[in-house]
Write a protein that binds this ligand. Sequence first.
Ligand code: 5CA
Length: 445
Amino acid sequence: MRLSRFFLPTLKETPADAKIVSHQLMLRAGMVRQESAGIYSWLPLGFRVLKKVEQIVREEQDRAGAVEMLMPTIQPAELWRESGRYDAYGDEMLRIRDRHDREMLYGPTNEEMLTSIFANFCRSYKEVPKLLYHIQWKFRDETRPRFGVMRGREFLMKDAYSFDLTKEDAIKSYNRMFVAYLNTFARMGLKAFPMKAETGPIGGDLSHEFIILAENGESEVFCHRDLLDLPAPGLDVDFDGDLQEIVNERTALYAATEDVHDEAAFAAVPDDKKVSARGIEVGQVFYFGTKYSEPMKARVTHPDMGEVPVHMGSYGIGVSRIVGGLIEAFNDDAGIIWPRSVAPFDVGILNMRPGDEPTDQACETIYQQLKKAGLDPLYDDTKDRAGAKFSKMDLIGLPDQIIVGPRGLKEGTVEVKDRASGERQDLSPQDAVAEIIKRHQQEII
Ligand code: 5CA
């Protein structure tokens, strides 16, 4: 992509109403624009990161054996009357009437809809286990939308739902998602830790929130330090095998959110291992048994058990929230520092003298070679001042930069800059391209 053709409305000043660094940087880097409280347009740069995050979430859901589908944003109120949540959900639910005066709502989550789909099509024990998910916009009329996309009203969520014959089987589905989450967040360069959590309006008696630690996080969390050192299971984990051990290794260590924090249990953690911190909830998993299947008649018939309601769980990831969470985790005074796996472009090429024939030529060759290698470069071919180019490229946080100017080219070199470390190297244009390709091939897990 040539920057002259791209749409990157960066801001020089930090908007006064943005309180935390991720919100400030998203606005300054031209990633989003607020349309109404908690409702955002995703401008091209932000949209690219959102899509990268979404794709990692999708790949790890698929790897864990979940099946993708798509349900609508608008739902009929009747569904929610069946489960009893229509009134219970309160003011957070955006209620709408259509032209026939039918009661509709903008979905805050999809337990009811998928339970109803399952009940409609599945009658036999042979239909379970099933694990289905979609990635769709949700609306929750939060009392205090804040921190930009981190607590929005409209936000993108991956929500998966499991259907099993027994509680024991349902725990296996829960474990699948639990392990998939560990890999998902690790692939984005994030350390997200499972912590025991309250179930809230979703219900049930077993739940974990996945938390990334961050100074500006909304959640208060307490845990055993050793939890923070456990590596992700890795992408070769066998999802059809026994995952209980991986889950036990984490759940054996004390880790809880504020609402379910147990002072007495935490006291048993050695003092030098006690972590009490703030964090951002990037995902949550729930096992809630027959809470929805019972009233909504999602039942299967089994030769020995007769007709029984299925045991269910649901599993959410805040896809749009993660974009803010990533910036909270990866930034410095100059701007954002994207992990390679989620960066909006793989590398920036800075032309320091547009109009100078050898410089234009060198940039063009580098640009084409990187594209040919399957990378996604952003080529700053604009006539902006050098200083403006440097600060813009640092602000938007592409992991690598290639700086091309007439002086270096006379010596046969261009400059390769690593955004995270600030390290600079003078390399021939050929070696610069090879170096960037090599860096790009290094997987996070
Ligand atoms: N149905 C269940 C699981 S599928 C559910 O709705 N869970 S949830 O309420 O915990 O939401 C799932 C994830 O969505 C959260 O972990 C959080 O990362 C994200 N999320 C929730 N509310 C918001 C919001 N207002 N803005 C941005 N992200 C949100």
